[in-house]
Design a protein around this ligand. Structure first.
Ligand SMILES: C[S@@+](CC[C@H](N)C(=O)[O-])C[C@H]1O[C@@H](n2cnc3c(N)ncnc32)[C@H](O)[C@@H]1O
Length: 310
């Protein structure tokens, strides 16, 4: 079964790899085809399951055919009670979306004998135009991820969306256990638990641990929070399936160790064969992460974050 996911213009690589990672976490044999701002997945995982987790998706659904000539459009699906046609033009072609939608609507109305409903259709038919192909997609609902709430914030926190994305890049899924050994205000734990991933947080700052606990309580979540240094990881290494974390960006008032030394020491102690997603400030790269897949997120002139997936 093929499904499609339309991506935003920003963070396109990250958005695409997040979708592929979610699908692979359920179906390791997932195949994908990437086009500008579009991913077509060949997977056993339903698009709804992926959409409920994915951070950046715009539109998604099943692929039910391709077309060259809209007057011959023929999606291979049972006829819906009512439908609407929508154009997604991802190509450089200049075309009239409303004309294309009207033409497709007339053909399908005749073929199916179904009503066109602009406001409350049972099915949306997507005419997805790329420079290489014209796909027909369909979706009977719009699925969006349910984000956790955060009652206490902090200037150094990672934003909720990026946190969700990095949890998904780890390919951890329901029932797995994630460790964030630098949990701060708990953003990564919140996103993990919102997707039914068990989570454990560590932070050496007791104030941060309390903020995390309050943020978890506000969502009725029960992730464990340990007030200790990341070395505590060694005592729980057998309980965790992966590590997703956002490392300190500067020398903290509570430790004299430089961020570079910290990342070096931390990475050298990570248990082998655990899934690993790290966020750190650009410039703190270390040889141990040379082979990791990396993404850069520009924040402002003195902060570009690197996401490394190993
Ligand atoms: C960049 S912040 C994490 C922010 C977090 N992702 C959030 O959204 O709030 C890094 C955290 O690492 C903690 N930290 C610094 N050194 C540590 C150490 N040696 N062991 C454990 N935690 C440490 C700091 O207290 C800080 O809360």
């Amino acid at each position: 079964m093929s499904s499609f996911f339309v991506l935003p213009g920003q963070y396109e690589d990250l958005a695409r790899d997040e979708i592929v990672a979610i699908s692979k976490s359920y179906d390791p044999k997932t195949k994908f085809k990437a086009e500008p701002r579009l991913v077509i997945l060949n997977t056993k995982t339903s698009w709804k399951k992926i959409a409920a987790k994915a951070t950046f998706v715009r539109n998604c659904g099943d692929i039910v055919g391709t077309f060259d000539d809209v007057s011959k459009i023929n999606p291979q699906i049972p006829k819906p009670k009512s439908f609407v046609c929508r154009t997604i033009n991802l190509s450089k072609k200049k075309l009239s979306p409303s004309l294309l939608e009207r033409q497709a609507g007339e053909v399908l109305k005749k073929r199916w004998g179904s009503k066109v409903s602009l406001s409350n259709p049972n099915l949306t038919i997507y005419l997805i135009i790329t420079d290489s192909k014209q796909y027909i997609g369909c979706a009977d609902s719009k699925i969006e991820p349910k984000m956790p709430t955060k009652v206490i914030k902090h200037p150094h926190e990672l934003d909720l969306k990026l946190s969700r994305c990095i949890v998904n890049l780890s390919q951890l899924k329901e029932g797995n256990t994630l460790l964030d050994p630098f949990c701060g205000t708990g953003t990564i734990l919140l996103q993990a638990e919102s997707m039914k991933i068990k989570a454990i947080g560590i932070d050496y700052d007791g104030i941060m641990c309390n903020i995390t606990r309050k943020n978890l309580q506000a969502n009725k979540f029960s992730s464990k929070v340990i007030n200790s240094t990341y070395h505590e990881m060694q005592n729980i290494r057998n309980k965790i399936d992966g590590i997703v974390t956002d490392l300190p960006y500067g020398i903290s008032s509570k430790s004299s160790i430089s961020p570079k030394k910290l990342i070096q020491d931390f990475v050298s102690t990570i248990p082998k064969r655990k899934k690993l997603v790290l966020v750190y400030k650009k410039g703190l790269d270390i040889p141990e992460l040379e082979k990791a897949k990396k993404y850069e997120i520009y924040r402002h002139k003195s902060l570009t974050r690197v996401i490394a997936v190993r």
